[in-house]
Structures are given as C-alpha cells and as structure tokens.
Design a protein. Structure first.
Length: 355
C-alpha cells in the first residue's frame, strides 16, 4: 500500500505498532519524545530544545505535504499510546536518498521495537521508492543501533560526518541493498552465480524445488528452463544485490500464462543467501519484487504463490500482505514418511485487501 494522503492516516503497520502521518497537535508528543536526555546518552548535544522541536515538526509536516513521506508518529497498537517518532525522509533535493530514523520513549527501549520499525521501513522504501537509496547514520558508540541497522538489512559502507556538525566525530554510514529486474539479454550471464546460490539454499533446507543434497546438474537444468522462459518473455528475473554488487537473492515472476490469467503473476524461486540469514533480506527482496511487478508488469493485478508447509513460510508471507487462499493437506510428498501441505497464497499488486 502506498503512503497515505490523508492527514493523520496510517502509513505503515508492524506487529505491535502503527506509524501514522503527523498532525499539528502532535507537538506535545514530539517534545516529550525528543527532550528526554535519557534517550540522548550517546549524543547529548543533539537533544533539541522545545522551540527546535516545533521547527522539526513543521519540517515533518512539510515533508509529508510535498513527498507523501517523512518522519511519522509511532503508536502502540494495543494501547493507542504515542511512544515515538520514526520513518524515512529525503535527505537531498533530488530525492536520491532516504534517511532511516527512529526515536522511542526511554521506557520502550530494549524490547525490539526499533528493529521492528527499521525492518519494515527499509523493506517499504525498497518496494515503493526504488529511485532513492535507503541510508542510515549511526553513532559509533551506539552498539544497539548499529545492530539494529544490520538486522534491518542495511550494510555498513563507511563513515560520514553529520551535515550540521562537519567537524564532529564521523558516524557509521549504512546503505540498503537494491532489488532490480534483469534485462533478458543479461540473464544467462548470471548462471553460475544463481546455480551456486540455489545449491546452497537447497542444502540449507530451503523450499525452492529440491531437497538438500540435490545434484548441481539438476539445479542447473532447472535454471536453464527459467532462462528460456525469461528469453521467451514468460518470466521476469529479479535480483537482490548488496551495495558492493554481490548477489544476495533472486526471484522470478511468471507472468504470461494466457487466457484467463493475463492479469496474474506467479512468484517462483524466491531465495536468499543462507549466509545472510537474519538480515531482513527475504522481506526486502519480496517487497522489491512486488514493486517491480507494480511498475514493470502494468497489466498484472494479482500475485500468487505456492509454498511447502512446515518451514514457517506462511507467517513470513502474511506479514508481507499475502493471504492464504487454499491448502491441500498432505498434498506434497517429500519422502515415504514426510508429507507436507501444499499451500496457495495471493495478494493484490496495489496492496489493498483481497475481496
């Protein structure tokens, strides 16, 4: 779902939180959250005054009015309490980068809410604003925030000084991975990289068409069939890359099944480097692929997938907005004694609920 236009409406929802567009009357919340010295232990000089909070809230409102994006009010879903401020904000006039930010009440720290916000916001940015690079700057001594940035999928690429403190201590600088479709004439060039990744995902227990120990030649033959489909215009390959260009994941959209399925694309072979587990890359890749379907497969309205039960994949896809639409108990037999449910899920490309 795209960023909301209405003042005060919800922008992003996580398991425990809602992030909504700010309003003028949120000044009290802004001041309360941003003038607590306990939350500025690593950078006490950065704590704003009440007047600076007023100016920052005005800037936040202007960002949302101009960009339909900015720093948002963090609301606890159960209680309805405002507990922080977080979001993505354009850092430059030509919108080439988005800064990830969050600040929570002192009493809400240490329970994973920053991680929850960051993982959702980074995936949202990759899906909805691919022209901009999601970035973050973190104080070197703030080990908790350094870990949060890494767990959200961001990659440390160096250090940079703060814009308003050019002579201060440089901060750790992070960038998000990218997700892009691959031109059909370049797909074959990725063969060895993709097959290597696929074999490692198989051997790690991933549900990508094989069982652990599958022969490389069999995986390579399956990849060749996908390459044929891409060259024939029946599929679209999408690749997740770290900032240094390393391939960390792939997925395909099958999007040309003929009447009466012209408006449907099927997700195939979604896989992420098993050595990068815990980095939010699956969510980033899936979100990026949905964005690609929205932009590059303009005739597609509905997205579908099938998965093998028993690996927690249903919960993963549900958090990304997919809905279970069918299940065949024991529909898959992996061995003489190992049966799994064959499960189908779907979601609309525009993010609105299935009806």
């Amino acid at each position: 779902m795209t960023a909301p236009a209405g003042e005060g409406s919800v922008w992003l929802t996580t398991e425990r939180l809602e992030l909504r567009r700010p309003r003028l009357e949120d000044l009290e919340h802004h001041v309360r959250v941003h003038t607590d010295p306990r939350t500025y232990a690593h950078a006490p000089a950065s704590m704003p005054s009440t007047e600076q909070c007023r100016e920052r809230l005005a800037a936040d409102l202007a960002d949302w009015e101009r960009d339909e994006l900015g720093y948002a009010v963090v609301v606890e879903r159960v209680s309805g309490d405002v507990i922080g401020w977080a979001g993505l904000r354009h850092k430059d006039s030509d919108h080439r980068s988005l800064n990830l930010y969050y600040r929570l009440e002192h009493g809400r720290l240490g329970v994973g809410l920053g991680r929850e916000i960051s993982r959702a916001a980074v995936a949202w940015g990759v899906e909805h604003r691919p022209e901009a690079l999601v970035t973050a700057m973190v104080d070197e001594v703030n080990t908790a925030s350094l870990r949060t940035a890494a767990s959200a999928g961001l990659v440390r690429v160096g250090t940079r000084p703060m814009r308003d403190e050019p002579d201060g201590t440089p901060m750790a600088y992070f960038e998000a991975p990218s997700v892009a479709s691959v031109p059909r004439e370049e797909v074959a060039d990725l063969g060895d990289v993709v097959v290597d990744l696929w074999v490692r995902v198989n051997d790690a227990g991933g549900s990508v068409g094989f069982l652990p120990g599958a022969a490389r030649r069999d995986v390579a033959a399956a990849w060749d069939r996908h390459v044929e489909d891409v060259h024939a215009g029946r599929s679209l390959l999408c690749v997740l890359r770290d900032p240094d260009g390393a391939v960390r994941g792939i997925g395909l959209w099958e999007h040309s099944r003929g009447f009466p399925y012209e408006h449907v694309a099927g997700l195939k072979r979604l896989m992420v480097d098993p050595d990068a587990q815990g980095r939010n890359l699956g969510r980033i890749l899936l979100g990026g692929m949905v964005g690609i379907a929205r932009r590059e497969l303009s005739w597609v309205e509905l997205l579908r997938l099938d998965y093998r039960d028993g690996l927690g994949l249903g919960e993963f896809y549900a958090r990304a907005g997919w809905t279970e639409v069918g299940r065949v108990p024991r529909g898959l037999r992996l061995s003489a004694t190992d049966y799994r449910d064959d499960v189908a899920m779907a979601r609309r490309v525009d993010g609105f609920p299935l009806s």
